[in-house]
Design a protein around this ligand. Structure first.
Ligand SMILES: Cc1cc2nc3c(=O)[nH]c(=O)nc-3n(C[C@H](O)[C@H](O)[C@H](O)COP(=O)(O)OP(=O)(O)OC[C@H]3O[C@@H](n4cnc5c(N)ncnc54)[C@H](O)[C@@H]3O)c2cc1C
Length: 519
């Protein structure tokens, strides 16, 4: 017999297995000896009261052994060159999870990515961090594992209806992630662990017959009579297949321009843009847990805030407690920031994107760019941030209270951002529609969360790549482009995902759609 029991566990009790067993036995009203196994099913932190605690749901096995779970990939047939092939462009979460699913369906994925392997990518990340040099094919967004590899690795998603979250998480565990991610309410991997997991996924794809080619940029599509016949790689090599999965992420602006040039319909869609706000982690812990330093067992605290200002959402996004702010530009001449953290989340800083929703009607000044109005709006802000600086990846910043009062900061708070910050009037550099809403938004947040509105926080420009400003429209049933047979827009760049797990699930869904198309 198996009983599901939920316990409130104080932080210092969390590793006390005897105590937990005793409490579970008491709740089940059985002697402890009858408990043959205990499994954690769900774990979250409740910090609403005066003392934070863990809420943990256990499966208690009484005189019964838990069933062993079969690995998801083991037993797959290794495909050879006689198997049908599909081209996958992009080795991000969408592309890699599509490739794994294609293998399950007996289709050989032939994958191309413009960037480098996780290992070789590191050198280019160092060049951005230390010398301000941005390689347009290898950076925080491009290369093996896509934007997901050197990301924060938060795996929380609200996209429950979009696919099988558990399968995506189990595949990550099979490739080296801790099994904690299967039970934590807010699972997290960390950017020090992700590269190994991504490399293990590559090994699986190759082991079961897939191919992965790096340094291979898709520069054109082979189109004929309303269908795709393949792609052109690096302007020279034609690669043919009846299905092309386009999983190039939302920073590959060249891909959108290519589609438009080739008459493949794309659509403008709403997105969000703003800043990243960084503050000392102990300050966040004091606000959230009422304690600093926090008890060792408690995770670095995070928060999530949202309000409406003049008809637009202002919200915090992609919180990285115990994290670092990183330069996420994909081309020289722009400043884009994002956040990540290591698995222990032990840096002394907490950062979070704070952005404003941008609707299509907010882009009147960019109408001359047609469908690209949103892209050009993003680009103009990223360039303004770069133009205010010294030509490096140093980012413009201002103390939060000065930001709101429109007053230059004489100096800045300490930061985790390695290229460095310089004091700049972000209230002038941001478009007025964004600045004014952020200005009011952060004051509202200060009322919702005492201690939020503080001079100890830096506001850093700019968080411009939260979501795609374009959609590559696809049919809801076939998941193919509405007008191009065989072309499968996929993941965040296609506008059908936002985040690692939703992109991974979209990859799986698209792979199943490719299998149906081949059938
Ligand atoms: C610093 C940072 C931190 C983040 N933290 C989190 C987080 O904690 N949790 C979360 O859920 N999300 C996070 N994200 C967002 C997340 O990484 C993305 O949502 C996700 O990676 C999108 O997956 P994707 O496969 O659709 O696209 P991408 O990951 O963008 O992958 C696209 C791939 O396509 C390749 N490509 C592009 N153009 C071409 C071309 N023409 N030819 C060949 N290849 C091409 C690129 O090299 C890249 O590898 C973070 C992003 C960043 C940058």
């Amino acid at each position: 017999m198996v009983r599901e029991i939920e316990l409130k566990i104080l932080p210092h009790e969390r590793t006390d297995e005897d105590l937990i067993r005793r409490r579970l036995a008491a709740k089940c009203r059985v002697p402890e000896q009858q408990i043959s196994a205990i499994q954690t099913r769900r774990r979250s932190v409740d910090a609403r009261g005066s003392r934070p605690f863990f809420l943990i749901r256990y499966a208690v096995f009484l005189n019964e052994t838990p069933p062993a779970e079969a690995p998801l990939l083991k037993g797959l047939r290794v495909l050879d060159e006689t198997a049908p092939e599909a081209i996958v462009i992009g080795a991000g979460p969408a592309g890699y999870f599509a490739a794994l699913e294609l293998l399950e369906k007996g289709i050989r994925p032939i994958l191309y990515d413009r960037g480098k392997t996780v290992r070789d990518r590191r050198r280019d990340l160092r060049a951005i961090q230390q010398f301000g040099e941005v390689n347009p094919h290898s950076n925080y967004c491009f290369g093996e594992g896509g934007a997901g590899t050197y990301s924060d690795g938060k795996l929380y998603t609200r996209s429950h209806k979009r696919g099988n979250i558990e399968k995506a998480l189990r595949l990550l565990v099979e490739h080296g992630a801790k099994s904690d991610i299967l039970v934590d309410a807010h699972p997290h991997i960390g950017s020090n662990k992700l590269p190994v997991i991504v490399a293990n996924i590559r090994a699986s794809i190759e082991q079961y017959g897939g191919e992965i080619h790096f340094g291979c940029q898709m520069t054109d599509l082979l189109l004929r009579d309303g269908k795709v016949e393949g792609v052109v790689i690096n302007e020279t090599e034609e690669k043919r297949a009846a299905a092309v999965v386009l999983a190039t992420g939302h920073s590959a602006r060249d891909v959108y321009y290519l589609l438009h040039r080739r008459g493949v319909r794309i659509e403008a869609k709403p997105f969000a843009l703003g800043v990243r706000i960084e503050r000392p982690q102990p300050l966040s812990d004091r606000i959230q847990y009422g304690q600093s330093p926090r008890e060792a067992a408690l995770p670095a605290s995070s928060y999530r805030l949202a309000c409406q200002v003049e008809g637009r959402g202002v919200f915090s996004f992609c919180m990285c407690p115990g994290g670092l702010v990183v330069p996420a530009a994909t081309a020289p001449g722009e400043i884009v920031v994002n956040g990540m953290s290591l698995s222990r989340r032990d840096s002394p800083y907490a950062n979070s994107g704070t952005v404003v929703a941008v609707e299509l009607e907010d882009l009147a000044d960019y109408q001359q760019h047609g469908v690209f109005a949103g892209v050009e709006f993003q680009r103009s802000v990223e360039r303004a941030m770069f133009g205010a600086g010294d030509g490096s990846q140093r980012a413009p910043a201002i103390r939060l209270t000065d930001f709101s009062r429109q007053k230059p900061s004489a100096n800045l708070a300490e930061t985790s951002y390695i290229p460095g910050l310089f004091s700049a009037p972000l209230y002038d550099l941001l478009p007025p529609s964004i600045y004014q809403r952020l200005q009011r938004g952060v004051r509202v947040f200060g009322k919702k969360m005492k201690g939020y509105y503080t001079a100890e926080a830096n506001v850093i420009g700019t968080e411009s790549r939260t979501s795609s400003p374009l959609r590559i429209p696809r049919d809801g049933q076939t998941l193919m482009h509405e007008e191009v047979a065989g072309l499968f827009p996929c993941g965040e760049g296609a506008g059908y995902a936002g985040g690692i797990i939703s992109a991974a699930m979209d990859g799986q869904n698209v792979a199943r759609a490719v299998a149906r198309f081949y059938d």
